[in-house]
Design a protein. Structure first.
Ligand code: DX5
Ligand code: ZN
Length: 222
């Protein structure tokens, strides 16, 4: 079965002065997910936002909260993020001492589990978890900042992941994150990704219009 194609705008590039308005524009533009980047200043150089922000925007939208934890020792915070309205919680393989324990904790909290790998981490490292999680997130830039250029070499891992999922008959989603633009989204799509995080390319002066453009594109290819 062909996997559903889903757009996940990354709130990191939103105008925080008008956060509610910006989020609603992406929902109206057809984005089923809202991608929420949590950074701790240790796993990645920057610090973004956390539970209080998530909690207050939960009522602003019916979108799936797709929470991307760029934090060390993620198991400490799973319960709290689940309580703040997360639907999917993704953690980094590189940040967890016992990845299976994190996956179990996420499931125990009633959320879907995602596992992410940075550009230099090979697919083989995450392969043993592919049938344990609902989503693999292949970072197509070094995590930490929005607005970077996609690293094309990371798409080889998307291809490997799609082959693996198909061969094993799994339903695991494959998400890409970083540097996805309107003129290059076809690359991860052709490589086999089905969930697309888009930050700087959708948020701005015309958030609704840009989101709709991406949604229409994915709808045509569904
Ligand atoms: C980067 C974040 C991304 C980022 C994507 O560490 O995980 O989600 O916001 O932004 P763009 O699409 O601008 O690369
Ligand atoms: Zn992200």
């Amino acid at each position: 079965m062909k996997p559903e194609l889903i757009l996940a705008p990354s709130m990191l590039s939103a105008d925080f002065k008008n956060l509610e308005e910006d989020i609603k524009a992406t929902e109206k533009g057809g984005a089923a997910y809202l991608h929420i980047d949590v950074m701790d200043g240790v796993f990645v150089p920057s610090i973004s936002f956390g539970m209080p922000v998530m909690k207050s925007i939960r009522s602003a939208t019916g979108q799936v909260f797709d929470v991307h934890l760029m934090i060390i020792d993620p198991i400490r915070y799973i319960k709290e993020f689940a309580a703040c309205g997360a639907d999917i919680i993704t953690f980094h393989l590189e940040a967890a001492e016992d990845p299976q324990a994190v996956i179990d904790e996420i499931h125990k909290c009633g959320c879907k589990a995602g596992i992410s790998i940075k550009p230099k981490t090979p697919f083989e490292d995450v392969a043993p978890y592919m049938d344990k999680v609902e989503m693999l997130l292949v970072m197509t830039v070094e995590p930490g900042f929005g607005g970077q250029k996609m690293m094309p070499e990371t798409l080889e891992k998307v291809r490997a992941a799609r082959r693996f999922v198909t061969e094993k008959g799994l339903a695991t989603d494959i998400q890409v994150d970083g540097g996805v633009k309107y003129d290059n989204i076809h690359l991860p799509l052709e490589a086999g990704a089905n969930i697309f995080v888009v930050g700087s390319a959708v948020f701005g002066d015309n958030t609704y219009g840009e989101t709709k453009r991406f949604s229409d594109y994915l709808a045509q290819r569904s």
